[in-house]
Design a protein around this ligand. Structure first.
Ligand code: HEC
Length: 124
């Protein structure tokens, strides 16, 4: 195999081996509305009780952190009045939606509780 082609295949493979799917983000939109929006706002803007989950302090806090740190935090501490209440795939879908709303593009691989990628730099 041509070494440049081999490298491209490798890079493309690495890019695919992370992220979340469009279907997850779609499912997450609904799950977010049901479980998170009451405190974090319909548009993730934050309301009187919950902080924004978009840009600003959220971007600063999670950019470059392992996705599992965010998964771990969310699945053990949220929803704040009933932590850990949701199924793992619902947490994953909700995070997919939140990341998408922060400008991260969907990919081919679903987000799971064993993901190893780091959150890309989020829009401030
Ligand atoms: C009852 C209100 C409430 C609900 C419902 C709720 N949260 Fe939160 N959330 C909070 C509060 C309050 C904080 C800030 C906690 C702190 O700073 O200790 C927070 C913090 C967070 C953070 C960290 C924000 C940051 O800037 O680092 C994330 C991520 C998060 N929530 C996700 C979710 C998700 C996802 C859901 C739905 C599954 C959810 N929350 C539901 C109240 C809520």
């Amino acid at each position: 195999m041509d070494p440049l082609f081999a490298l491209l295949v490798l890079v493309a493979g690495a890019a695919r081996a992370q992220g979340f799917t469009h279907a997850q983000a779609e499912a997450g939109k609904q799950a977010y509305a049901e479980n998170c929006a009451s405190c974090h706002g319909d548009a993730l803007e934050g309301v009187r009780y919950g902080p924004p989950l978009k840009g600003g302090a959220f971007a600063e806090q999670w950019s470059g952190k392992p996705i599992l740190d965010l998964y771990e935090y969310t699945s053990t501490k949220m929803p704040e009045e009933n932590p850990g209440a949701l199924a793992p795939d619902v947490y994953a879908a909700t995070l997919a939606y939140i990341l998408q709303q922060n400008g991260v593009l969907a990919g081919q691989q679903p987000l799971t509780a064993t993901a190893t990628w780091v959150v890309p730099t989020l829009r401030p």
